[in-house]
Design a protein around this ligand. Structure first.
Ligand code: UDX
Length: 433
């Protein structure tokens, strides 16, 4: 199978490398010359564990390559995946589809009969219809299909998620598209992965509904965590108590500083917009978004409260900046709101993140970026764990205590046990405990 992947962002690059690893011939195309040059030079523009080795071995085997020149590869393609960005449109939260439509228009005159154009970008219901209309308008004699194939990859675990998926969803409106996508995913289905075939619109909606449901679980457990703090219960017990009911499920019930990232914040807003557009308002999702926004703002105040409300000449050490571990992604990270609240209160912030410092510098300024956790904690009045990096799970608390002005640990990811931390002479504040 010859596959062309339009867009070498997170989804395009991971999917392209994995398809090549399955044995397909994949060319990833991008308009950004610096990205393509870097990839041709063996450099991976994003941080994702295992991706560099996967790209390297598939390039070496001749199954994966990169180009700026779409016209040189599209005429040969059996399947063309659109994996370009669909950011939130400023103002109304609707997904900005201009890159998707531009890609459809550009590819249309170059495609060959029988090609299947597959939307992998997260797009609102009906986008496949519009992509089909654009291609038909631009190249009326072309025989082609348009399908939807949403991705469910988590940053930091993307390769495993791609190769061992709970399910693959394909949205197809004709048998040819179904047959081609069955072939594309044969290496997975041969190993018993579940391939769910449905209409294009159902597949488009499935992606948004999945992310909104996961975001709902998180906002739900975050509110329960707040209640646990008031009533004197441990949210981890409650999460286990409900999560072991298979109807509820144990995953995505970790309370924390609120969800961030490239998907949940953007996709919940876009789904709300779709609900409004179709006269079916989604009140639950609306509350989930509000709870999360409030939570991210409340976390800075939680730190200030833990310090007894005294912010005068105070310094806080932030451990972790990215929205979760194993990524350098800062998009909608709770750290952004936390830093703002602390700085607005006049607090000096010293921060360290294992991978996110460069991306953070473009988003947050006015804080001191440190060499490592201990450097960040030097002279600080409190330490706050914002991201659950492994590097923060086993801090040398005795060494930390020596360096800190006040041994106060605010653990927004519940990485530590209270008794352990208190044994080392620390005050300990966690989430929902
Ligand atoms: C998510 C979806 O999981 C994935 O299927 C989809 O394709 C893209 O969006 P991702 O954004 O990479 O993936 O991260 P995920 O691991 O889902 O975490 C999202 C956010 O929720 C993070 O900020 C994380 O810290 C938070 N989270 C997650 C919690 O606060 N508690 C949890 O129990 C799980």
């Amino acid at each position: 199978m010859r596959i062309v992947m339009i867009g070498t962002g997170y989804v395009g690059l991971v999917s392209g490398a994995c398809f090549a690893d399955f044995g397909h011939h994949v060319t990833c195309v991008d308009k950004d010359k610096s990205k393509i040059d870097a990839l041709l030079d063996g450099k991976i523009p994003i941080f994702e564990p295992g991706l560099d080795a996967l790209v390297e071995s598939n390039v070496a085997s001749g199954r994966l390559d990169f180009t700026l020149d779409i016209a040189s590869v599209l005429p040969e393609a059996d399947a063309v995946f659109i994996a370009v960005g669909t950011p939130s449109r400023r103002g109304d939260g609707h997904a900005d589809l201009s890159y998707v439509y531009a890609a459809a228009e550009e590819m249309a005159p170059l495609l060959r009969d029988g090609v299947v154009v597959v939307d992998k970008s997260t797009v609102p219901v009906g986008t496949g219809d519009e992509v089909e209309a654009i291609i038909k308008r631009t190249n009326p004699s072309l025989e082609f299909s348009v399908a939807s194939n949403p991705e469910f990859l988590r940053e930091g675990a993307a390769i495993n998620d791609f190769k061992r998926p709970d399910r693959v969803v394909i949205g197809v409106n004709d048998d040819h598209a179904e047959a081609v996508l069955q072939e594309v995913y044969r290496p997975l289905t041969r190993n018993d992965a579940q391939l769910l075939s449905m209409s294009r619109r159902a597949a488009e909606l499935t992606k948004y509904a999945a992310n909104a449901f996961l975001a709902t679980k998180i906002s739900f457990i975050n509110e329960i965590a707040d209640l646990c703090e008031k009533v004197g219960a441990d949210v981890r017990d409650v999460a286990k108590g409900i999560g072991s009911d298979s109807r509820i499920g144990a995953r995505f019930l970790q309370p924390g500083p609120g969800y961030g990232g490239s998907c949940f914040p953007k996709d919940t807003l876009a789904l709300l917009k779709t609900g409004q557009d179709y006269g079916a308002p989604l009140q639950i999702v609306d509350s989930v978004v509000q709870v999360n926004n409030r939570r991210k703002l409340a976390m800075g105040q939680k730190v200030i409260d833990a310090m007894g409300g005294d912010t005068h000449s105070k310094t806080v050490a932030l451990l972790g900046l990215t929205f979760k571990a194993n990524t350098d992604d800062m998009r909608d990270s709770p750290a952004i709101d936390i830093v703002k609240t602390l700085k607005d209160a006049g607090i000096t912030v010293r921060a360290y993140d294992p991978e996110g410092m460069d991306t953070s510098k473009a988003v947050i300024d006015g804080l001191t970026y440190c060499e490592n956790s201990y450097d960040a904690m030097t002279g600080a009045d409190a330490t706050v764990i914002v991201t659950e990096w492994d590097a923060f799970r086993a801090l040398d608390l005795d060494r930390a205590k020596e360096l800190l002005k006040r041994p106060l640990l605010v653990d927004l990811r519940n990485l530590y046990s209270r008794t352990d931390v208190e044994k080392h002479g620390f005050e300990y504040v966690a989430v929902g405990r």
